[in-house]
Write a protein that binds this ligand. Structure first.
Ligand code: FES
Length: 69
């Protein structure tokens, strides 16, 4: 099962998914290990988080409890 955890003011932590580019080619990641995908847009290693969100003080408002439409 794929699980995506939205980290507070940080990346999307993905477990159990294959990450591919627009051609369908997989990014080299270790099977079964969590992968952090950039949510702030400032990473120099996109689509992966490189920790830049901490340096820029990224603030995210999303929480599961507040997501209603
Ligand atoms: S979320 Fe970590 S660098 Fe963007």
């Amino acid at each position: 099962m794929t699980k995506i955890t939205v980290k507070a003011n940080g990346p999307y932590l993905v477990v159990g998914a294959e990450i591919v580019d627009e051609t369908g080619a997989p990014f080299p990641v270790e099977a079964g290990k969590p992968v952090a995908l950039c949510r702030c847009g400032a990473s120099q290693r996109k689509p992966f988080c490189d920790g830049t969100h901490v340096k820029i003080g990224f603030q995210a408002a999303q929480t599961a409890a507040s997501f209603t439409e």
